[in-house]
Design a protein around this ligand. Sequence first.
Ligand SMILES: Cc1cc2nc3c(=O)[nH]c(=O)nc-3n(C[C@H](O)[C@H](O)[C@H](O)COP(=O)(O)OP(=O)(O)OC[C@H]3O[C@@H](n4cnc5c(N)ncnc54)[C@H](O)[C@@H]3O)c2cc1C
Length: 443
Amino acid sequence: MYIYDVIGVGFGPANIALAIAMEELSFQGKALFLEARADATWQENMLFEDSDIQNHPLRDLVTPRNPQSYYSFTNFLHKKGRFFQHLNSNFHLPLRIEFAQYISWVAGHFDHLVQYQTPVVRIERIEHDGQRIYQLTDRGGKTYHARMAVVAPGRTPHLPPVFDGLESPRAIHLNHYLKTLNELALDSLDRIAVVGGSQSAVEIMLHLSERFPQSDVIGIKRCYGYKQKDVNPFTGEVYFPDFVDLFHASDRPTKRRLIADLHYTNYSASDADVLDRLYQRMYQQKIQQREKIVVHRSANVTGVEVREDGQLMLTIDKLEREEAVRERVGLVILATGFKNIGTRENEEPYPRILQPLIEAIQLDETGCIDTNYDYSLTMKGEALRTCFLNGLCESSHGMGDAGSFSLLALRSQLILQSLNDTLQHHKTQSRQRRATPTKAVPS
Ligand SMILES: Cc1cc2nc3c(=O)[nH]c(=O)nc-3n(C[C@H](O)[C@H](O)[C@H](O)COP(=O)(O)OP(=O)(O)OC[C@H]3O[C@@H](n4cnc5c(N)ncnc54)[C@H](O)[C@@H]3O)c2cc1C
């Protein structure tokens, strides 16, 4: 049995940033990353031609930690020979397609550490040679072993309860958007619904109305109007490392208050450019008397039926009127966000992948995982830090620490320091074991 020092689950931006930190900060152990997908394409199902990123490009995989790194977005532009043209292009922020290329470019430098097409289906703690180690099992049943694990699978998609468990390929989370469009028969998509009020919801509505100009695109959202993101520089300080210190040290009610207060810095809201584009497109359609985009405001999907022809019938309750509306659609895209750690409707106590390990993890009084400042989880009866969450820590560390690039680089440094401390401990222990003379057995 080969035992790695660290196995990372997932090779998205969070663990790619960790791989960079391992190289730049001289991690002395043996590492392996297991990634479910065939490559490291970032947000492959949301790569629209004209969508931009929502973070300053200096907040890339590495610059906040090491501005001199080879793996910066700036160096990527330089290496691709696009530096000056990029500056001249006058995009407010880089295009998502280009940032995805940057992430793939960085990931490509770490191919020797990554095994793609390897979805991990189980992580457990086992005893081996008097030590506790992690055993990870992939979908094919193959096992991998490590002293430490860094779990970075991205957040679990949130589906409104009415869609949860619905068996239909025509109700999908945005994570599967482009792939599904390419798979479904296009002629059946004469009516398409988009549920949610996020940036992704607005982007998808724009994309659908371009790709299917003859189809009805129906937006459904709880609020009266689509909301604009709070991007003012004062609330933007939520993405500073200082905010992580403040947030992590706060008690639960304070955390709840801050999360509610700062919600629109990142969630259920869009940038002004896409809101303007959607509004203008609807207005253009009105002028031409062909209103193909319709928005149900203050609306909630309360029922879904799968019709005989496979299409879906949605029942939509509206706050401002008595009677519900019914809409037949060939596809519904749920741009309804992702789960955080917690006990509420759109939360989960821990990511599902930790289920087989949960008995070994110290939980908080509500039964949820409680992530330490260095992103480790406390394992019962163990002093060493061996299990880390990378990118699932909004409830413990605040907004910048889950659905955002802002703090990836700094987070990877903290995780790496703790990995190094534990590794050092193991090395010292094994040196001591070798140095202890074995007692002679009397004949
Ligand atoms: C459409 C969209 C646009 C976004 N744009 C921005 C932006 O512009 N700026 C920003 O700051 N943030 C953005 N975000 C937030 C985004 O989540 C983060 O930027 C970033 O992708 C988080 O990286 P991650 O590695 O934590 O998770 P992910 O990117 O989700 O990567 C997780 C990886 O783990 C793999 N994986 C999952 N489970 C397993 C398993 N069991 N076994 C093996 N591998 C597994 C997945 O295949 C995936 O490759 C966006 C999010 C979305 C949905």
